[in-house]
Design a protein around this ligand. Structure first.
Ligand SMILES: [Zn+2]
Length: 258
């Protein structure tokens, strides 16, 4: 299974953690399944640098695909992004997207306004990850609007910068949600897996896993997925569709632990 050739490779990170990292108490179910150790993250960034990858953020609208290009994204806005990821990115001269959950800015374990401002000053793009991290496909139109628009407004007001990118909380999306995100003024919408029925352009992402070797990381950059992982993600996708979010969380946890 490869990424659609129309878009650049976009990697999705969440927590970047060392042994000493204090994690937020209000983390999402299964967030630990995406915690990449700082040493792995460092190796991955150094590999990109050594192999002359261009790490991009988009100035305007949807990107044109490019050879040897990659986009880095971080969801949830945890403080470890500032403590652990930012120094590595700065050292490599790489920009990245950081998607903050508006309601959690400044909560214990999450970046506050000062950290987000410092990120922006260092050349990083700040995006919205919804107001409360609710699964948007469970909400009424008016509630989805609120999640999309209120988070954008709140981040823009406090940071005094335009918020052009949106990352769909927990990956649940459909045509309605994506259309509403563009209508709310976002220029780039990032999702996780691309649902087959999705007809509107958006950026699907590859989740970098904690146990990835550098070889596995290299495979991701050419859009390759080992066969066992394809079967797993296929099962997870079916579970997501058939069982909805609660049982899906449990099944995902089981499958990702194998
Ligand atoms: Zn999230």
């Amino acid at each position: 299974m490869s990424q659609p050739s129309k878009q650049p490779i976009v990697l999705m990170y969440h927590g970047i953690v060392s042994e000493w990292t204090a994690l937020p108490k209000t983390r999402e179910v299964g967030a630990d399944l995406y915690d990449v150790p700082t040493v792995h993250f460092m190796e991955q960034m150094e590999w990109l640098k050594a192999n002359q990858y261009r790490v991009k953020i988009f100035e305007d609208g949807m990107p044109a695909p490019g050879e040897h290009e990659v986009v880095l994204t971080f969801d949830d806005g945890e403080m470890n992004n500032y403590d652990q990821a930012l120094p590595v990115l700065k050292k490599c001269g790489f920009p990245a997207y950081f998607f903050a959950i508006a309601k959690r800015v400044g909560e214990r374990g999450y970046m506050g306004w000062d950290e987000l401002r410092a990120m922006h000053k260092a050349g990083m793009a700040i995006g919205s990850h919804g107001f409360s991290h609710e699964i948007l496909t469970n909400l009424l139109d008016s509630q989805v609007e609120e999640e999309l628009r209120a988070s954008k407004r709140y981040l823009e007001r406090n940071l005094n910068i335009p918020i052009d990118a949106f990352s769909v909380p927990r990956g649940f999306c459909n045509n309605r949600i994506i259309r509403m995100a563009y209508d709310a003024g976002y220029k780039q919408v990032f999702i996780t897996d691309h649902p087959r029925a999705l007809r509107i352009e958006c950026l699907s992402r590859i989740a970098v896993k904690p146990n990835w070797s550098l070889e596995r990381f290299e495979l991701a950059l050419i859009g390759e997925v080992p066969i066992m992982e394809q079967i797993k993600s296929w099962s997870i996708r079916i579970a997501k569709r058939v069982f909805g979010s609660n049982i899906y969380d449990w099944i995902r946890k089981m499958l990702l632990k194998i």
